[in-house]
Ligand binder design. Sequence first.
Ligand SMILES: *Cc1c(COP(=O)(O)O)cnc(C)c1O
Length: 240
Amino acid sequence: MSVADNIRRVHDRVAAACIRANRDPDEVTLVGISKLKTVDEIVGAIDAGLQHIGENRVEEAISKIPLVRARTSRPVTWHMVGHVQSRKARQVVDCFDVAQSVDSVRLARRLSRFAAEKGRELDALLEINVSGEASKYGFRGYNWYRDAAVRSGLLEAIDEVTQLPNLKARGLMTMAPFGVDEATIRRVFADLYSLREELQTVAGARLPVLSMGMTDDFELAIEEGATMVRVGRAIFGARA
Ligand SMILES: *Cc1c(COP(=O)(O)O)cnc(C)c1O
């Protein structure tokens, strides 16, 4: 299977999931996750029509993105999807269009400040740890609808982040746990969906983007309301 075939198949699966969920496939943006993949492989995917690409490590991304840019004239939107250490915030602003993994107000402030220095705006998603796993980054979101402290923490965070001048909060992002049953995965996605509704209603934020779903669970995510899926292996093949 070529990368072009893989992209076609993923688009078909996205469309089928949308039909099952009574949704318009145009509502769902496919982001190809190219971590550990070569510049050649990424350029191949762009030539095959992929328009959104995500990386999870700043170091790796800053070495590859300029090389990819030099080899294609097609427009690409670059997404940072991995944890960002504060000291790397400036590099994120230099290379990426969207920071999907904004997991603290402190990081959000730094990204806004560096974006201001460059005279630009950076699109952002707030990463929410809905599953409650200790291994995951993100704002605390486990049981947000039952835990008043968690809920008010999230409302405060969204208030602060939406006031930053050069960071544009567009929505929320989460990762489902690995190796759990389908019902548990669905609940994580459904909890992110309802959190988005809550933040829009109570905090008055506009958060159209819900980034959830990867190779193993993107169809479930679409059925639960994802507007953006982050797919690595189903596009680029297994990682070394
Ligand atoms: C690697 C990664 C993905 C894609 O994972 P696959 O299982 O290869 O589709 C999506 N989101 C994040 C944050 C990742 O790190």
